[in-house]
Design a protein around this ligand. Structure first.
Ligand code: GTP
Length: 673
């Protein structure tokens, strides 16, 4: 039987897709969004309804809301406030999802069923929040910070915002990030979109690479962030910025789902950003889009033609094919999420990138997400400030003012802000300077206090204090089998009666990378590695961001540690401290002695009593002791970074050039007083 998509039927009967989705849901016809399909019969019912009886429709609505009211009453009666999560407004859909541990899409769906259209970056109104509290079992607190605890900055910004929103909301352009595995064609898709749809075609300008660019499709603008990949996306998120509205996941049709595809899926999901799949390279003879769709189902991305609600578009970036449909889908999803802004508000938004230009001083590209930014405005931008001296858009055009959502390069800041920093127009420069100074001090203090990120050591205390209701874990391992085994065992911990829920937000094969650390920061997660080590940059990032990262060689031990931490029984007396990284450059086989490794200390130092982990291609292949540490002919106690040395390991000779030794030791943890 012929099937029809919701948006097609909506077009046919002259309705907005979202209105039709709401009506269908009220009629108990199971649809998720505009891409869901309807049977001929269901479509006919709807057609009849719209031609015959709109009154009946109204009745249905009343009934549903009455039922909902009753349900809410019931819940109110049963409701206790003891162990429910506390949620304090103002809060966005995305933040709420994170706080109460549900998918943002579930919240959005619930809101739609109540006739409220929201996207994940939208602040929830009191009514909606109360309604969601009933549905998801949390408690809304009105906990405002004590008046005198509020910083000057909060007070001023609050005052500015208290007069908002001003005027009517206007539809705003969606902001899109392209993600996917290396070489699957992210840049090619972006290029093809820009080449065929760039606004410059109409305006005659020249594209400037300022970090984000606009394209025009169906007379509507779509903003693309120029740096593809989930790393940049999550780095911004880790800094608290929620810029992306939609993620395009690029998967090459001849290669299928690869490790970074999975990473991108999990990064987008944990941010609650809707995913549109672009199956690329469909021009290749060995392209197999069906295999890609099949593989995606493993990650709960089921294409709508197979009954799911994931939009998959076949494209060929090199032949510019499918690009129109891809943009059409982006606009449909944007329409469903009802992205709006208030151009009459004071300008605010997010920094996309920033640099120091020799001639022009600090230059930042910002996305104006709400309000209007004008030349001459005083702005607070992260912990710096300034007066906007000039603005240039992505076509190299000088602007006097910028509306949402325009990417603009701004000049006039005192210092270089960071990507992900928020900017806000404030009444005058003096105020901006004062607030910025206070903000810098506060940031310094906060940096010192930042040990509050979750760790197995403080988990139990946080559970007791009600701060932690779930434990997010990122699992990395050497082979898929062990990653899956570890993931499943961790999830089984949910069967026990612990007061905390374990979520594995990402599980992947390979070393722990910097992007895993960023995901951990953005999602307040710990990292468990199995037979893999972090790369040096990841280790430094984990230290800087104070992420709890643990590496095991036995699955059972990892599970036991998490279990013990949940029960408050983890009582580590020692912690591992990495001393240095050493590269094996040459091997000397000496009979009766063994293999001596000619090494170079690339980072830190090594001692003759260090423990050594031998790492090959990111995998741990041996752990043990040093038998001999030498500089030339002499035994030495320590060798520092930048020096060569000879190392003979105890009980291990199966070395290869290029192996990495990680030197480490254990330090006693002084008991808390
Ligand atoms: N045949 C064919 N080749 C494509 C298509 N899209 C991209 N390629 C090729 O695939 C290779 C990788 O494309 P990129 O666009 O650089 O891929 P990417 O995902 O941005 O790669 P990284 O930036 O390295 O992560 C290039 O050689 C492209 O020419 C396509 O639709 N068809």
């Amino acid at each position: 039987m012929e099937k029809i998509r919701v948006y097609q039927l909506a077009k046919e009967i002259g309705l907005e897709s979202k209105e039709l989705v709401t009506t269908l849901q009220e009629l108990d016809i199971s649809v998720k969004n505009h891409m869901s399909t309807l049977s001929e019969e269901e479509a006919d019912t709807v057609r009849e309804l719209y031609t015959e009886s709109s009154a009946k429709d109204e009745d249905n609505k009343d009934e549903t809301s009455q039922q909902q009211d009753e349900k809410q009453e019931d819940k109110k009666e049963q409701g206790t406030t003891t162990d429910k999560p506390l949620v304090a407004p103002p809060i966005t859909v995305g933040e709420l999802a994170e706080q109460i541990g549900v998918e943002s899409t579930s919240i959005i769906t619930k809101l739609i069923s109540k006739g409220v259209m929201a996207n994940i970056n939208q602040n929830l109104e009191e009514d909606s929040l109360e309604y969601l509290a009933q549905e998801f079992d949390f408690v809304v607190t009105q906990e405002e910070p004590e008046e005198d605890e509020k910083s000057e900055e909060d007070r001023i910004i609050e005052q500015i915002r208290s007069e908002e929103p001003k005027g009517e909301p206007l539809e705003r352009a969606p902001v899109v990030t392209v993600m996917g595995h290396v070489d699957h064609g992210k840049t090619s898709i972006l290029d093809s979109i820009r080449k065929t749809k760039s606004i410059e075609k109409e305006a005659g300008g020249i594209t400037q690479h300022i970090g984000a660019s606009r394209v025009l499709y169906n007379d509507k603008t779509v903003v693309f962030l120029d740096t593809p990949g989930h790393e940049a996306f999550t780095e911004m998120r880790a800094r608290g910025a929620h810029v992306t509205d939609i993620a395009i996941l690029v998967v090459a049709a001849d290669d299928g789902v690869m490790p970074q595809t999975v990473e991108a899926i999990n990064h987008a999901k944990s941010a609650g950003v809707p995913i549109i799949v672009a199956i690329n390279k469909t021009d290749k003879p060995d392209a197999n889009p069906d295999r890609v769709k099949q593989e995606l189902t493993e990650y709960n991305l089921v294409t709508e033609e197979w009954g799911g609600d994931t939009i998959c578009v076949s494209v060929s970036a090199v032949q510019n094919e499918g690009i129109d449909e891809l943009l059409e889908m982006v606009q449909l999803v944007a329409e469903m999420n009802e992205l709006t802004s208030y151009p009459q508000n004071t300008g605010k938004g997010t920094v996309i990138e920033a640099k120091l230009d020799k001639g022009r001083g600090p230059v930042a590209t910002v996305l104006v997400e709400d309000g209007t930014l004008k030349v001459g405005d005083s702005v607070l931008c992260g912990s710096t400030f300034g007066n906007i001296r000039a603005m240039v858009d992505d076509r190299g055009k000088r602007l006097k003012q910028a509306n949402p959502v325009t990417p603009v390069e701004i000049l006039g800041l005192e210092n270089i802000p960071e990507a992900g920093d928020e900017f806000q127009v404030v009444p005058d420069e003096k105020m901006a300077r004062e607030i910025a100074k206070k903000k810098q001090e506060k940031e310094r203090e906060e940096k010192l206090k930042r040990s509050q990120s979750v760790s197995l050591d403080n988990l139990f205390d946080q559970i007791k204090e009600g701060e932690q209701k779930e434990l997010n874990i990122i699992v990395k391992g050497d082979v898929r089998g062990s990653v899956e085994a570890l993931r499943e065992s961790l999830l089984k911990l949910n069967d026990n009666e612990h007061e905390i829920k374990v979520n594995v937000i990402h599980a992947g094969v390979g070393t722990v990378s910097e992007s895993d650390i960023m995901l951990a920061v953005a999602s307040n997660a710990i990292i468990i590695g199995f037979n893999v080590r972090p790369d040096p940059n990841a280790r430094k990032a984990a230290e800087r961001e104070q992420i709890d990262m643990r590496v095991y060689r036995v699955i059972y031990e990892a599970i036991e540690d998490v279990k013990a931490a949940m029960a408050g029984l983890l009582d580590p007396e020692y912690k591992e401290v990495v001393q240095g990284q050493i590269e094996v450059r040459q091997l000397f086989k000496v009979s009766r002695i063994g293999t001596i490794a000619g090494c170079y200390v690339t980072d830190g130092y090594i001692r003759n009593n260090s423990y050594i982990r031998v790492i090959r291609d990111g995998r741990v292949i041996h752990e043990g002791n040093i038998k001999n540490l030498k500089r030339f002919q002499d035994d030495v106690k320590e060798v520092q970074q930048g020096y060569e040395c000879g190392i003979l390991l105890e009980k291990f000779n199966d070395l290869k050039e290029g192996d990495i030794f990680e030197a480490y030791t254990y330090e006693e943890i002084s008991p808390d007083v």
